[in-house]
Design a protein around this ligand. Structure first.
Ligand code: PLP
Length: 453
């Protein structure tokens, strides 16, 4: 039975339900939400209005919605320009980074099937820091990931990746930047190796696509990663991250339509007619497309430059504050706006070098959560991750102050490492049988869905 509610009651309940959600507007969460900053409330409202205007529309049939087709074309053109693409660049708007990546992997596989049908086990050569969306794509589409360990600087090892390319390789992937530590992989060297081997290369710029171009304009040292690099075939870049669009928007760009053609799925026997679809979704919600188009034009060059400056300044201040806390160290140089840190010696221990057992970082994470921060814990090496946006400018000092206090608390009370979630995270990170970890996590999530509200 579905209870009927009055519109006011519905809105009141929706507002009340958000009560226990993380304080994303206040900047106490990193990476799940990309927000332009408290002074951009009008931006958030505009994006929501644009979304609402097109909430019921469907890009599945662009002939029925030329408005959406036009917006998609214009979004792709803006992204291609930012990423220094030649005029031949084409692409689609998708629902997010994962969909862009799924579409890219499916297209790489299908291209190999057509052009190199002798391949039995299609393989993608990727660095070990590649986003799990690639594991998901590989799992769904019957592709193997050949994961190549990264170097001591946490960047992809171009030489090792070149050596890993074999006769079953259908493509090579690297990130700009990778998520865990925010470093940009050596795209130029990897793309050169891919070109020599005659295989296409995808750059995962889901995080960096809409911030690295501005950082470069600001004069920051950004390694080349975009279509200026010969051999880069496709790029994924998320609008719902640093383009400050509404959730549910990313782009997948191809150097030319010849490559993109493999992304298009066609079913010809459906009694309902010929069915063609370029992306993973069937119905393609128009709301996020309109919201992304609105966000791009509301901020424009000037707006994005200012937001990139604010985000990177906040990231630099966080790095300086964290580096000044005894017992912690930064993990990865962080080419952009991602900050990662661990207990001093964590990286050395991870690489098997000499490193003393330091502070329990997961206990520090618990103490930060007790202070109202949403914390992203990482392993390999054990670290805490912060994706910094313009919305964090105002919380940097609070964060560093709370972190210093959390570290002192853990140092003063070693038993904290044995309480809270710290032992669980510590054990899960170290457990050698990864299948067991996967089984336990799968059960945990299934139980969450099983439980009555
Ligand atoms: C580098 C990278 N690639 C892909 C993704 C997946 O994006 P989404 O969560 O939008 O599917 C992310 C998400 O954080 C990411 O950081």
């Amino acid at each position: 039975m579905i209870e009927t509610l009055a519109p006011e009651a519905i809105l009141a309940q929706l507002a009340a339900m958000a009560d226990k959600d993380t304080d994303w507007r206040g900047g106490r969460v990193f990476s799940l939400v990309y927000k332009a900053g408290p002074e951009h409330r009008a931006h958030e409202e505009l994006v929501a209005k644009a979304h609402a205007l097109y909430a019921s529309t469907n890009l599945l049939n662009p002939m029925a919605f030329p408005s959406l087709r036009r917006m998609e074309r214009e979004i792709v053109a803006i992204a291609a320009g930012l990423m220094n693409g030649p005029p031949s660049v084409v692409g689609t708007v998708t629902s997010g980074g994962t969909e862009s990546i799924l579409c890219a992997v499916a297209a790489y596989r299908d291209r190999a099937r057509r052009e190199r049908p002798w391949i039995r086990w299609p393989e993608l050569v990727v660095p070990s820091t590649i986003h799990p969306a690639f594991d998901k794509a590989a799992h769904y589409f019957g592709v193997r990931l050949r994961k190549v360990p990264v170097g001591a600087d946490l960047r992809a090892d171009a030489h090792a990746m070149a050596k890993a390319i074999g006769w079953q390789t259908i493509g090579v992937v690297a990130s700009a930047p990778q998520y865990p530590h925010g470093v940009v992989d050596p795209i130029a060297a990897i793309a050169a190796a891919a070109q020599r081997a005659g295989v296409p290369m995808h750059v995962d710029a889901c995080v960096g696509g809409f911030v690295l171009p501005w950082l470069e304009k600001l004069g920051r040292p950004v390694p080349r990663w975009d279509f200026r690099v010969p051999g880069v075939t496709s790029i994924s870049a998320d609008l719902h991250k640093y383009a400050y669009a509404g959730k549910g928007a990313s782009v997948l760009l191809w150097r030319d339509v010849k490559h993109m053609a493999h992304q298009i799925f066609v079913a010809t026997d459906f009694p309902g007619g010929i069915y063609a679809s370029p992306t993973l979704l069937g119905t393609r919600p128009g709301g996020p497309v309109a919201a992304a188009w609105a966000a791009l034009h509301a901020l424009g060059d000037e707006g994005y430059l200012g937001l990139a400056r604010a985000a990177v300044d906040a990231a630099d201040r966080l790095r300086a504050g964290i580096a000044g806390i005894d017992g912690l160290e930064l993990v990865g140089q962080g080419d952009a706006t991602i900050v990662a840190y661990g207990a001093a010696g964590a990286k050395a221990r991870w690489f098997g070098w000499f490193g003393t057992e330091g502070l329990d970082l997961f206990a520090v994470a618990d103490r930060m959560e007790a202070r109202g921060w949403t914390v992203d814990r990482q392993h390999r090496p054990a670290s805490i991750h912060l994706t910094v946006t313009a919305n964090h400018v105002g919380v940097v000092d609070d964060y560093v102050r709370d972190l210093r206090a959390a570290v002192e608390e853990v140092r003063g009370n070693p038993r904290l490492a044995k309480s809270g979630t710290a032992p669980m995270y510590g054990m899960a990170a170290k457990m050698p049988v990864r299948g067991l970890v996967a089984r336990n996590v799968r059960k945990l999530i299934a139980d969450m869905y099983k439980a009555a509200p």
